[in-house]
Design a protein around this ligand. Structure first.
Ligand SMILES: O=C(O)C(=O)C[C@]1(C(=O)O)C=C[C@@H](O)C=C1
Length: 272
């Protein structure tokens, strides 16, 4: 039952992966690629062979079992013995059971903490997270535009190239604030969570101000002179359905301030 499933949280570097916001990882190196070099410090590294493991243990925060070699049992066993969190990628043709089987094998073998990683199939990502309780990363390196969909599907983290980092961070912050309720314990974590919600709020406020400005140009009488109290009451009432703890009485002054800020901006722009 997913309601009683134990959720695993795996520390990867400084971040607990599997609770809270989706982390963004833009430094995953694969030593299987020609001319790849292992940096002195890197979040995730994929070995080409067991010979790479000592260097990876010295510089990486997690080790990747790439989809291409999940059937290489000696290498899987050596990786599991390393003591680092292990990221198990799904081989493109692997079923959910085969993929989770590799994860189970790693845990049983080395007592390591496992994070799953999927590339393209967000439905499978969601299912793997639900049935195994393990955190799941989405590798969106090939298309950072999928970051939003991946966070919405429940990804606990995104792997992107440095180029896609900004897009992935935006998706993690904005979609995460809407769809991933957090349960932070410490003051610092609470403030970080509030900062993420405020980032989403600011993005929406900016968008709202642009729309409200356009409305002023479309109305026969715009600006403060064309204010419509009935419309304002109706929108506050609708918002109170989504924010029942605040309710209409507390939302009304907030929205009054938001609406007035938009009208001031529209009038300034019309004048200037
Ligand atoms: O809907 C309008 O008529 C608007 O001008 C927009 C808006 C708003 O910001 O939502 C602003 C002023 C009105 O009093 C009501 C609503």
């Amino acid at each position: 039952m997913s309601s009683t499933l134990e959720r695993h949280v795996v520390p990867l570097g400084g971040h607990p992966v599997g609770e809270g916001p989706a982390v963004v990882i833009s430094d995953r190196v694969s030593l299987r690629e020609p001319d790849a070099v292992l940096p002195a410090a890197v979040t995730l590294a994929e070995p080409a062979s067991a010979a790479d493991l000592p260097a990876i243990a010295a510089s990486a925060q997690g080790v990747v079992i790439g989809g291409a070699w999940t059937r290489d049992i000696p290498l899987v066993r050596a990786v599991a013995g390393l003591g680092l969190p292990v990221v198990v990628e799904r081989r493109r043709t692997a079923t959910l059971e085969e993929w989770l089987g590799v994860a189970d094998y790693c845990e049983a073998e080395g007592g390591v903490q496992v994070i799953l990683c999927e590339h393209a199939d967000l439905g499978l990502l969601r299912e793997a997270r639900a049935v195994s309780g393990r955190p799941v990363l989405a590798d969106v390196t090939a298309d950072p535009g999928l970051s939003t969909a991946a966070v919405a599907a429940g990804a606990d983290g995104l792997i992107v190239s440095a180029d896609g980092r900004h897009e992935a961070e935006e998706a993690a912050a904005l979609v995460g604030a809407l769809l991933r309720p957090e349960d932070p314990a410490t003051l610092a974590e609470c403030r970080q969570a509030i900062d993420r919600v405020d980032a989403a709020l600011a993005t929406l406020l900016e968008r709202r101000a642009a729309l409200a400005g356009r409305v002023q140009r479309l109305k026969p009488v715009g600006g403060f002179a064309g204010r419509d109290p009935g419309r304002e009451r109706a929108l506050v009432a609708r918002m109170a359905e989504r924010a029942p703890s605040l309710g209409e009485a507390r939302l009304a002054p907030v929205m009054n301030a938001v609406i007035e800020a938009g009208l001031h901006l529209a009038e300034e722009r019309a004048a200037g």
